[in-house]
Design a protein around this ligand. Structure first.
Ligand code: PBG
Length: 357
């Protein structure tokens, strides 16, 4: 194939336009011609034909842009394993959120780096902590931008685990009560959607009940319903300073080998009142996304996680892949598999490619 596709011509608005190409020529008398009724290549001849028959279209509306919020002001610290991703103080997070909105992004997902951590993760429900402060500031500055907040304890505990430790194990039910406090404090700060990422049992039901009792029945829940115990979260743990001090997350996150179990997890969260269900990571779990989309009946999100982003960035920096094309190809694949919503560190870059700028 001699035609080189540029990112814009394969995915952006230019894809509908004509490409300079010669009109179809009558087949030259050629004794070697095959007598084929079906020639699939007819529908791949020009950019216009390819655009006409394209089955999957991305739009910036479906992207959610994660932000890491830290204390202080004027802070913009790049995460070394995630080029282009920064730990931002509240003022800078507001600026980034407004810029994302201008690029066509509809929602941000906030993670927090608190001033202090303790063994119960109490900063997770501190009204003055970075996520709560950023939620208020973003809702004030960019009111139509959706603010989604991560609900978990791992960024807030001194040991880096997602819950309260009792005899070295994460105590499920006591942890859920801490998560409820965090979700309530996010709702009080003005979050549109809370997103529990902890994988404790029963947390969706308890959070729904508590939100409703506190008068936040309009706040939605995006559940990390099928969250796998993945090696691809490595760079995030640098970004969010949330690596476990010992052990791992296998006692609550899912075994990558399982898919029936993912469907059971999703069903529980649907029954408990989740509004949106999520599969995470994305690219290694396209089969899971497809099955969750088919069975849940709910908007289905997929999270293109830090390691997926870091791999593309690293290969691109070495000159080994064409980054815009690889970025759009992965996002297209995630959407094609069934994700209605894609959480991605590439949100702004991809939105700009789609706009052709
Ligand atoms: C937990 C949380 C994690 C991610 C999102 N929420 C990390 C983990 O479970 O260890 C990972 C996101 C990413 O890798 O981009 N609060």
């Amino acid at each position: 194939m001699s035609t080189r596709m540029t990112p814009a011509s394969s995915f952006g608005p230019a894809s509908g336009g004509p490409t300079p190409s010669a009109p179809a020529q009558p087949a030259a008398a050629n004794s070697a011609a095959l007598n084929l009724r079906r020639r699939p290549r007819r529908l791949r001849r020009t950019a216009a034909i390819r655009a006409l028959v394209r089955e999957t279209r991305l739009s910036a509306d479906m992207f959610i842009y994660p932000l890491f919020v830290c204390t202080g002001s004027g802070q913009r610290r790049e995460v070394s394993s995630m080029p282009g991703v920064f730990q931002l103080s509240v003022d800078e997070a507001v600026r980034e959120a407004a810029a994302a909105r201008a690029d066509g992004i509809q929602g941000v997902l906030l993670f927090g780096l608190p001033e202090k951590k303790d063994d119960t993760g109490s900063a997770a429900f501190d009204a003055e902590a970075p996520v709560q402060a950023a939620t208020r500031a973003i809702k004030q500055a960019v009111p139509d931008l959706l603010v989604i907040t991560d609900v978990c304890l791992c960024e807030y505990t001194s040991h880096g685990h997602c819950g309260l430790l009792v005899d070295g194990e994460i105590a499920n039910d006591a942890t859920v009560e801490q998560l409820v406090r965090a979700a309530l404090s996010h709702a009080a700060a003005g979050a549109d959607i809370v997103a529990p990422s902890d994988m404790m049992d029963g947390r969706i039901g308890r959070i729904r009940e508590a939100l409703d009792q506190a008068g936040f029945s309009e706040v939605a829940i995006m559940s990390y319903a099928a969250k796998y115990c993945s090696a691809f979260y490595g760079p995030f743990r640098e970004a969010a300073d949330s690596a476990p001090a010992f052990g791992d997350r296998r006692s609550h996150q899912m075994d990558p080998a399982n898919v029936d179990e993912a469907l059971r997890e999703v069903q529980l969260d649907v029954d408990e009142g989740a509004d949106i269900v999520m599969v995470k990571p994305a690219l290694p779990y396209l089969d899971v996304i497809a099955r969750v989309k088919a069975m849940s009946g709910l908007p289905t999100a997929a999270y293109q996680v830090s390691g997926e982003y870091a791999m593309l960035k690293a290969a691109a920096r070495n000159g080994w892949i064409d980054e815009p094309r690889a970025m759009m190809e992965t996002l297209t694949a995630i959407h094609r598999a069934g994700a209605d919503i894609i959480i991605t560190y590439y949100a702004r870059e991809a939105a700009r490619v789609l706009r052709g700028s």
